[in-house]
Design a protein around this ligand. Sequence first.
Ligand code: CTP
Ligand code: ZN
Length: 174
Amino acid sequence: MSGKELRAKDLLEVLELSKGSGAKELYVKKIRNGSVIDHISAGHALDVLKILGIGGGEGHIVSVAMNVSSKAASKKDIVKVENRELKPGEVDKIALIAPSATINIIRDYEVAEKTRVKLPESIRGIVRCANPACVSNAGEPVEPKFLVERQDPLRLRCFYCVRIMDKQDVLKQF
Ligand code: CTP
Ligand code: ZN
């Protein structure tokens, strides 16, 4: 790239690369508009894409980085989806499989909003109980409800029956 073509945003990026804060490289370039799901538990980027309903054929520009070094934890995944903001239901699902993820909404290259996903003490309506005999699966108007016993690794306890669900049980439903 010639000097002429270097824009202010590129300069910022160069500065970021030269900061002595650990990561010396930006794995995926910055985006102009869209969503960055950052600090995803390492190895779960594809699960996040599944939650967002992104299979590749929808035409979104998507960048994924897996198992990259992170300042806080050792490794993390990152998903960047251009020109798409997340829906609340999607954020709730991401919280289940990546409890330390942050959702950054990017507008004109700036981080316009940053939210850390939050898993409440109990969840309802997002997943079904895996126990076919559970009253919440009996066709009665009983909304599935779980107590979050542990966030990472995930452990949910059905409010109605004895069933314990883990991340794999939850992922099967997404
Ligand atoms: N990002 C991007 N495009 C932009 C701005 C930011 O892809 N135009 C990405 C960054 O690369 C980073 C995430 O969005 O992965 C959050 O950006 P920022 O808040 O600037 O980074 P940090 O301060 O490192 O975020 P945190 O404190 O959440 O780790
Ligand atoms: Zn149950």
